[in-house]
Design a protein around this ligand. Structure first.
Ligand SMILES: NC(=O)c1ccc[n+]([C@@H]2O[C@H](COP(=O)([O-])OP(=O)(O)OC[C@H]3O[C@@H](n4cnc5c(N)ncnc54)[C@H](OP(=O)(O)O)[C@@H]3O)[C@@H](O)[C@H]2O)c1
Length: 317
C-alpha cells in the first residue's frame, strides 16, 4: 500500500460532481480544505465525447480523478433501456480512464456498485466473489459495464503502471437524491411517500412487499470520506467494498422514515408486490482493516436528508 501525496493545492477532478455520489466527494474535499477542485457539467464537457474529454484533460491537467459520473437508474430504466445503460457507461468510463492514462493522471478512483456481484453470491458479499456466477438479469447491462470499468483500471495498472483503483459502494442515501417515485431508490421513495401522506392527512401508507428483506445503507458524506481516504491510502489492483457493515429490514427502515417525517398513520405492506433479494450486505472488512469507519447513523442521516427534501419543495416545505 502506498500513501499518495494529495496536497492541499493538488488539481483534483470529480467527474459527475453534481450527482449524489460526486457531490458528496466534492463536499468532503472542500471540508478538508482542498483548493484546486475541478468540476464540469454535462453541458461543459459531455463525457460521451472522447475528443471533448481529451481536450478537457489537456486543458486542466488534473493530477487526481474521481469517477462518479455514470448513467444511473432503477430496474425499470435498466430493462427499458439496456443499450443506453451499456453504451453510455462503457463510453463514459473508457473516455475518462483512457484519457487519464494519456494525460498522465497520478491516481484515479473508479466507482462501481454492488450489482457487479453474482445474483446468488453468498452474503456478506466479498470482493473475491466477482465473476463467480451469473448476474442479476434485471440490471446486468449496467453491471457488465461496471465490471468492464474495474477491469479497465486493472488493465491500465498492469500494462502501463497507472495507479488506478476501484471502489464498490453499498446503497447510498444523502442530499441531491432523486425523489421521483418512478425511478428512485427505496429510501428517497419512502421519504416522498411518507411526506405526501402526512401532507394529505392520509391514514395509511402502502409499501411494497413484506418489509422483511435486509439492506445496508451508507450516508453520502461517509462515502465521500471513504473515497478521499482510499485516494490517500489504497493502491491495489483488487477493488474494495465500501459499506457500513450493518443491515436493517425494509420494515425497520420504513418505521424510521415514518418517525423522521412525522407521519402519524399506519404502514400497510402489500405482499402481492415482489420483495427482491432477501438480503444484500457488503463485506467491508478490507476497508475497515485499513482503519476507516462510517460516522453517520441512519436516523441522523435521514434527518439531514428529510431537511434537504423539504428545502427542495416549492416554498421550502
Ligand atoms: N446512489 C447510490 O446508491 C450508489 C451506490 C453505489 C454506487 N453508486 C455509484 O456511484 C456513481 C454515481 O452514482 P450517483 O448515484 O451519484 O448518480 P447521479 O446522481 O445520477 O450522478 C451521475 C452524474 O454523472 C453525470 N453524467 C452522466 N452522464 C454524463 C455525461 N454524458 N457527461 C457528463 N456528465 C454525465 C451526471 O450529470 P448530469 O447531472 O448533468 O446528468 C451526474 O452528475 C455510479 O457509478 C454508481 O454506480 C451509487
Amino acid at each position: 500500500m502506498t500513501i499518495m501525496s494529495l496536497n492541499q493545492d493538488s488539481r483534483i477532478y470529480v467527474a459527475g460532481h453534481r450527482g449524489l455520489v460526486g457531490s458528496a466527494i466534492w463536499r468532503e474535499l472542500q471540508r478538508e480544505g482542498f483548493t484546486n477542485l475541478i468540476g464540469r457539467t454535462r453541458q461543459e464537457v459531455d463525457l460521451l465525447d472522447a475528443t471533448a474529454v481529451r481536450n478537457f484533460y489537456a486543458a486542466t491537467r488534473p493530477e487526481f480523478v474521481f469517477i462518479a459520473a455514470a448513467k444511473v437508474g432503477g430496474i425499470l430504466a435498466n430493462s427499458n433501456h439496456p443499450a443506453t445503460f451499456l453504451h453510455e457507461n462503457l463510453q463514459i468510463q473508457s473516455n475518462l480512464i483512457h484519457g487519464a492514462y494519456q494525460a498522465g493522471v497520478r491516481k484515479l478512483l473508479f466507482l462501481g456498485s454492488s450489482c457487479i456481484y453474482p445474483r446468488l453470491a453468498s452474503m456478506p458479499l466479498k470482493e473475491e466473489y466477482l465473476l463467480t456466477g451469473p448476474l442479476e438479469p434485471t440490471n446486468e447491462w449496467y453491471a457488465v459495464a461496471k465490471i468492464a470499468g474495474i477491469k479497465l483500471c486493472q488493465a491500465y495498472r498492469r500494462q502501463y503502471g497507472c495507479d488506478f483503483i476501484s471502489a464498490m459502494p453499498t446503497n447510498m442515501y444523502g442530499p441531491n437524491d432523486n425523489y421521483d417515485l418512478q425511478n428512485s431508490h427505496v429510501l428517497p421513495a419512502l421519504i416522498r411517500k411518507f411526506h405526501e401522506a402526512k401532507q394529505a392527512g392520509a391514514a395509511t401508507v402502502t409499501c411494497w412487499g413484506s418489509g422483511a428483506p435486509l439492506r445496508e445503507f451508507l450516508y453520502a458524506d461517509d462515502l465521500g470520506r471513504a473515497c478521499v481516504f482510499l485516494m490517500r491510502h489504497y493502491s491495489e489492483e483488487q477493488f474494495i467494498n465500501v459499506g457500513c457493515g450493518s443491515e436493517l429490514s425494509i420494515r425497520e427502515l420504513a418505521e424510521t422514515v415514518r418517525r423522521v417525517v412525522g407521519f402519524a398513520g399506519e404502514i400497510v405492506w402489500d405482499t402481492s408486490k415482489p420483495d427482491g433479494m432477501p438480503r444484500k450486505l457488503m463485506d467491508s472488512s478490507r476497508l475497515f482493516a485499513l482503519g476507516w469507519r462510517p460516522q453517520v447513523d441512519l436516523e441522523t442521516g435521514l434527518r439531514r436528508v428529510y431537511a434537504d427534501f423539504l428545502a427542495r419543495q416549492p416554498g421550502g416545505k
